[in-house]
Design a protein around this ligand. Structure first.
Ligand code: ATP
Length: 859
């Protein structure tokens, strides 16, 4: 059937539905018949493939081939052990990646879209995947369309269909059938398509196609998203690649030296390849994904839902948080405090006294509904609910009004106009009521003397109240299409309502926390400058003499240069339009600031996209804003952003700790093995020793570091420069000196043991290298804090990992069958004690470095 050329009755007939929606039993039947309303995702990698991918590294493959060749040629036992170690390595990698993938999936599920439908004669909210053909869907500015719809009702409805047609201009929609059978999608103005965005107005539509049958489903092949890599991951991947060449060159030289010294070519081959496998940190980018995904999972528990994984990494760099007011800093629990009516009101509304005019306006012009399923509680925007409920309780209010003056037309509220209008039948005329920001209302009123009104409004606003103004007029004829110009003009001013919205208690602390963390909080609101300033002062956003409040009108007059000169002093932007938010973000970014910006409305999307961290509201936010955001606040709370920043800093810190630890260990390994023949010592380790050390050091202790708690001073230092490289802040220097230290200690011990004729020298070298790395893992828990001050046992997983690794090492030294496999020998107690002492050198050296660093910071 051609939906767009059919009348709505014909569409309903075909779909066997009606304007009340489908009954529950019919919905259940149709879900069976049509399946869930979702686009088929790219086939997930099967589990076995995920496992197989662990072997895709070229060096691992070469090592396996070499092991097999050497097995066939001679030492079968060695070959088997090498293969087992590689497989264990792969299992560890697989388990980690699997967990990360699950964490990412869980996040995706959480951000699934919801839609409002009429079912069982009531309106309910359901996940968009549960839509079936025949469902009647309610649309509102900010929604994402859940399925393909034939539009039944449209009030100033505009839909942006760029995802489907590429056209970024929103299309005006109507309910009228069209004539052209072959109209292209973009011209089918009475249809709404899945995944397009409602940018203005409201309306209803009936579902005509779901899932892969929708227009977007038909082209879904193109829609497969790839997880983006983070800046740090990219840098690490580049670095790993470069490092691989260096390591390979070193291995080649090592092989040459071995040959010259007459070593067995096959053993030398295995040794050098094992070393390459151990020293190239090819797993680092993957480990970062895991750390980020697990971090994102943790953030959900703190009410911050991450939509784009790189955001976890970059959160810690935020220098500005630009926030909304209502609901974010305040509780969004509006209560009308007082109302005010002007002395003069010249419009005679039939049957209504002058005193009642404002109450009539307040009780009729609203966008809230009683919820019959919830004790008739009023639901909707708290501003709306507060105004209506206040009117209902006043003496002059008459509860017959609701029935007597039914609503005919509506111009919904939007943040650009800052007002909304409803039209009601009143006898043989029509009453037009508009409410909104005072400046907007005064523009459409014919009141001559506006001064007393403005004065009154300022008085209310200065106490932090949100002020809503009302005006109305009578018209004889209803305009054909809901026409803004005809309706919102020539009105009579009715009065003001002032309401309070108490601040969130935790927001004040969060703002203070921002300051110590070097983050500037800025308030951007559509509200009146006096209201905004009063609240900003109360919350601690406006503090010093230089802090300024600027209105949208003033901002519009600023040249780019003016803005650049003033931007660091402006802490409050009032009466701004959402478009201006984009300008603010850009201006801050020009000053090299890293901006987190909140938003909830349709028009906030460009600013959210542009901001370094776009933050959408989970409760009051529109689908459009959520689509554009990097992070969604599930509780709409400002304090949650600050918690997320703290968590972002912690995760980044821990990733850095992990990188420091792994690079220093790898460097030590390669240096030890390379330098030994250079200084005339035998090659200290066998291939299986190298692989074993690599396995135990990189896996468990590394992951335990990622779980390290936040440094106590984490929010007392300035934000990290997002452009800084991997080796910034001394990481490169650390890698070199710690690597050199571990290698030197090991080599000296090797030389000494050989010198005194200790036959166990190889087992001792093996043990020292393994224990030194454990010591380094322990000491890497903090870059500045001493471990004994942090408490040795405060990171239990790490202690567990170290204990397990040490036990395994002891087993390798003392269990006879492991002696055979690993070519080790039982050490005497003195030898073992000596190994522990030597390994502790690394621990104490790094603690000493912290001491020196702390002294130089203080000086
Ligand atoms: P905040 O920062 O407080 O969340 P905002 O930027 O979201 O504010 P808007 O919701 O766009 O601000 O509101 C801007 C102005 O429009 C308000 O100050 C108020 O005067 C008016 N207003 C808000 N809600 C409504 C409404 N439902 N109907 C009419 N006018 C409204």
């Amino acid at each position: 059937m051609n939906w767009h050329t059919s009348t709505s009755d014909a569409v309903f007939k075909e779909l066997q539905s009606n304007s009340d929606g489908l009954p529950a039993d019919e919905v259940a039947k149709r879900i069976q018949q049509y399946g869930p309303n979702q686009l088929q995702e790219k086939k997930k990698r099967p589990v076995w493939l995920l496992f197989a991918m662990q072997f895709k590294d070229v060096m691992i493959l070469i090592l396996m081939v070499a092991a097999i060749v050497s097995g066939i040629a001679g030492d079968l036992k060695d070959a088997i052990v090498i293969l087992i170690i590689i497989i264990i390595n792969a299992i560890v990698g697989f388990v980690q990646e699997f967990r990360a993938e699950k964490a990412i999936d869980a996040l995706k599920q959480l951000s699934a879209a919801m839609v409002r439908v009429r079912r069982n004669k009531g309106v309910t909210q359901i996940p968009a995947v549960e839509l079936v053909p025949g469902d009647v869907v309610l649309l509102e500015a900010g929604d994402m369309v859940g399925a393909d719809l034939r539009i039944l009702e449209a009030h100033a409805l505009k839909i942006e269909e760029a995802s489907l047609t590429g056209e970024s201009q929103a299309v005006d929609k109507s309910s009228q059938p069209l004539a052209d059978n072959d109209a292209p999608l973009g011209d089918r103005t009475n249809m709404a398509y899945k995944s397009t965005l409602v940018t203005a107005g409201n309306g209803t539509g009936v579902v005509v196609a779901t899932g892969m049958e929708t227009e977007i489903g038909k082209i879904a092949g193109m829609l497969q998203e790839k997880e983006p890599t983070t800046p740090l991951q990219q840098r690490l991947a580049d670095f790993s690649k470069k490092l691989s060449f260096v390591v390979l060159a070193i291995c080649l030289v090592l092989y040459g030296i071995g040959m010259l010294r007459g070593q067995d070519p096959l053993t030398m081959l295995l040794t050098t390849i094992s070393l390459a496998v151990a020293a190239i940190p090819e797993a680092l980018p993957a480990v970062i994904t895991i750390a980020l995904a697990l971090g994102a999972k943790k953030l959900v528990r703190k009410n911050a839902l991450i939509r784009k994984l790189p955001a976890v990494e970059t959160l810690g760099s935020v220098t500005y948080i630009c926030t909304d007011k209502t609901g974010t800093l305040t509780q969004n629990q509006m209560t009308v405090q007082e109302i005010w009516q002007p002395g003069q009101f010249d419009l005679a509304i039939p049957g209504i006294s002058k005193e009642q005019a404002l109450l009539l306006a307040m009780s009729l012009n609203h966008d809230s509904q009683e919820d019959h399923t919830d004790n008739n509680k009023r639901k909707g925007d708290p501003t709306e609910v507060a105004l209506v409920e206040y009117a209902f309780q006043q003496k002059g209010y008459d509860n017959k009004w609701q029935q007597a003056y039914p609503r005919e037309q509506e111009l919904p509220f939007d943040s650009d106009r800052k007002m909304m209008t409803t039209v009601h039948t009143i006898n043989d005329q029509f009453l037009v009521i508009t409410k909104g920001a005072l400046e907007s209302i005064l523009k459409i009123c014919n009141t001559a003397d506006q001064q007393p009104i403005t004065e009154q409004s300022n008085k209310l606003a200065e106490t932090g109240q949100r002020v809503i103004a009302y005006s109305c007029k009578l018209i004889k004829q209803l305009p054909k299409e809901t026409d803004q110009k005809t309706l919102e003009s020539e009105q009579y001013f009715c009065g003001l309502a002032g309401m309070i919205d108490p601040p969130r208690p935790e927001a004040r602390q969060a703002i203070a926390a921002c300051r110590t963390a070097g983050i500037v909080p800025v308030l951007i609101t559509g509200d009146h400058p006096a209201t905004a300033s009063a609240i900003a002062r109360d919350m601690g956003i406006l503090q010093s003499k230089d802090d300024r409040t600027v209105t949208g009108a003033e901002l519009a007059k600023f040249s780019d240069e003016d803005l650049d000169n003033n931007i660091t002093h402006i802490k409050v932007y009032a009466r701004v339009s959402p478009q201006q938010k984009l300008r603010i973000v850009k201006a801050l970014q020009k000053k090299d600031q890293f901006v987190a910006m909140t938003g909830d409305g349709v028009n906030d999307a460009p600013a959210l996209k542009r901001a370094n961290i776009g933050v959408a509201m989970g409760i009051t936010g529109t689908d459009v804003s959520k689509e554009a955001a990097d992070m969604i606040l599930l509780d709409d709370n400002f304090a949650t952003i600050v918690k997320a920043v703290e968590e972002g800093r912690r995760i980044y810190d821990n990733i850095r700790k992990f990188i420091r630890y792994v690079l220093a260990c790898n460097f030590a390994e390669i240096l030890t093995i390379f330098m030994a023949p250079v200084v005339g010592l035998p090659i200290p380790l066998l291939p299986i020793h190298i692989l074993w050390i690599n396995l135990v050091t990189d896996s468990l202790p590394g992951l335990a570091l990622a779980g390290e708690k936040a440094d106590t001073k984490i929010m007392q230092r300035p934000p990290r420069n997002p452009g800084e490289g991997i080796f910034a802040q001394g990481l490169g220097f650390y890698t070199i000196w710690v690597g050199v230290l571990m290698a030197t200690v090991t080599l000296i011990m090797q030389a000494w043991a050989i010198h005194i004729g200790d036959a166990h020298w190889q087992t001792m070298v093996f043990t020292v290298l393994c224990f030194s790395q454990m010591a380094q893992a322990l000491v890497s828990r903090s870059e500045y804090e001493f471990i004994y001050r942090m408490g040795i046992f405060t990171n239990r997983p790490l202690i567990g990992a170290i204990a397990l690794t040490s036990l395994l090492q002891i087993a390798i030294i003392y269990l006879p069958f492991l002696n055979k496999i690993f070519n080790t020998a039982p050490l005497t107690l003195t030898e073992l004690g000596f190994c522990v002492l030597v390994s502790a050198i690394t621990f104490h050296a790094v603690e000493l470095e912290k001491f020196i660093k702390r002294r130089s910071v203080k000086a």
